[in-house]
Ligand binder design. Structure first.
Ligand code: NAD
Length: 273
């Protein structure tokens, strides 16, 4: 298992499995398959409405809790100290766990002005031992700065949209300079554009006998970011897992870096409130 050590000393498996848009009724089966394939890191969120399914698969797996890494997230409608505490309790209950490995503020929701207060609540949760690590998601530099100024814990991660045509290198660099590790969501562009339209990927994939998705996941892994592609198909879970074995050259990495067009496919954090 390839792991990364976060700024609080805890280790996270670098390749995980995301369950955004996995039907709540199909989540236990999907996560069971992912665990059988080898994934040990599952990324969910309260708003995905499938924490119960994740918890059910974890409980049924027989895998020791210490070998699993579970992340969930605080929805922006529950920002504020007291609602964050209540939301966290409810997530733990739905997951059937007594701690999560990582708890994130899902979106900064700048119009609410509640991100910093919520961050201090996450610090309390961490101090209680019920979240080993705490972090943020979809925070821009301007959202991170007040949090770094007011908080006593530096977020362990910032999870944001990043894929070949929307890499967000300045945000990665800002995080790195503060010890905040990057987690990428939408690593495959959420299937919203055809990876085959990017010729550099096709050339690399053909040379290596790999699929386009494998090349992109391998690129994320070589970049050193934490990545958790989503699929409900077991064959794709296996395909994505096999990206761990793909070796890219410096030229490959540079060619994929050059695909950046600063073109997001998901929501703009300024507009999610
Ligand atoms: P993704 O880039 O992982 O794309 C998922 C899509 O890619 C699926 O439709 C799937 O059919 C397709 N796919 C997966 N493997 C494939 C393969 N081998 N070949 C071809 N197609 C393949 O997008 P995502 O699910 O949005 O992002 C991954 C995870 O990130 C989510 O599941 C979730 O856990 C997290 N996420 C977080 C946020 C946030 O705001 N923090 C937002 C979106 C997603």
């Amino acid at each position: 298992m390839r792991t990364i050590t976060l700024n609080d000393g805890f280790r996270i498996p670098q390749l995980g499995f995301g369950v955004f848009l996995v039907d709540p009724d199909d989540t236990a089966r999907t996560v069971r398959d992912a665990l059988e394939v080898g994934y040990r890191h599952i990324d969910t969120a309260a708003v995905y409405r499938n924490e119960e399914g994740v918890g059910a698969a974890v409980a049924a797996s027989g895998i020791p809790r210490s070998e699993l890494y579970i992340t969930t997230k605080l929805h922006q409608s529950q920002l504020g100290r007291d609602s964050a505490m209540a939301a966290f309790d409810a997530s733990l209950e739905r997951l059937g766990l007594d701690y999560v490995d990582l708890y994130l503020i899902h979106w900064p929701a700048p119009a609410t002005g509640l991100a910093v207060e919520s961050w201090l609540a996450l610090e309390e949760i961490q101090a209680s031992g019920r979240a080993r690590s705490i972090g943020v998601s979809n925070f821009r530099i301007e959202d991170l700065e007040p949090l770094l100024a007011a908080g006593s814990v530096v977020p362990a991660v910032n999870q944001f949209e990043s894929h070949p045509i929307f890499q967000q290198r300045p945000l990665r660099a800002f995080g790195a300079s503060h010890g905040i590790h990057t987690e990428v969501w939408g690593p495959l562009g959420q299937g919203k554009y055809d990876l085959g339209e990017l010729p550099a990927l096709g050339t690399i994939a053909e040379r290596l006998g790999a699929t386009l998705a494998q090349v992109v996941i391998a690129w994320h892994l070589h970049e050193g970011v934490i990545v958790f592609p989503k699929t409900v198909r077991r064959s794709r879970m296996e395909e994505n897992w096999a990206a761990l074995d793909i070796e890219l050259t410096d030229d490959d990495l540079a060619a994929i870096r050059a695909l950046d067009r600063n073109q997001r496919v998901g929501s703009d954090p300024a507009e999610v409130n």
